[in-house]
Design a protein around this ligand. Structure first.
Ligand SMILES: [Zn+2]
Length: 115
């Protein structure tokens, strides 16, 4: 139980609007912005990553039907945050700074990621 809790903490280090790199799976190497984080399922939706095509039935607005392209969620463990200071994919640490705020920091350059 304790272990599971610890493991899940890792996932809280990726937030919406973060820039991430895909490090595993068929989209490996792609970079995009996190559009949505689903903490319950440990999934993220990343802009232009894992785009799936969906065929739309003809409707009032699109009489011909059409193809809708939409990002499908990927496992959060398949992405790595890109540090906005050193611009490298990195592991994220958390620490409390002088004014008491909890911030994320880059484990590569030690710079604080959250301002
Ligand atoms: Zn860095």
């Amino acid at each position: 139980m304790k272990l599971a809790k610890h493991k899940s903490l890792r996932y809280f280090k990726i937030k919406k609007d973060d820039k991430v790199m895909v490090i595993a799976g068929k989209e490996k190497g792609k970079i995009g912005t996190v559009l949505k984080v689903d903490r319950e399922r440990h999934r993220v939706i990343v802009e232009k990553v894992n785009v799936v095509k969906r065929h739309m039935k003809p409707s009032q607005y699109a009489p011909e039907g059409g193809i809708l392209e939409k990002e499908a969620p990927i496992d959060i463990s398949n992405v790595m945050l890109i540090c906005n200071k050193c611009a490298q994919p990195t592991r994220v640490g958390k620490k409390v700074i002088e004014d008491g705020r909890k911030v994320r920091f880059c484990k590569k350059c030690n710079e604080i990621i959250d301002e």
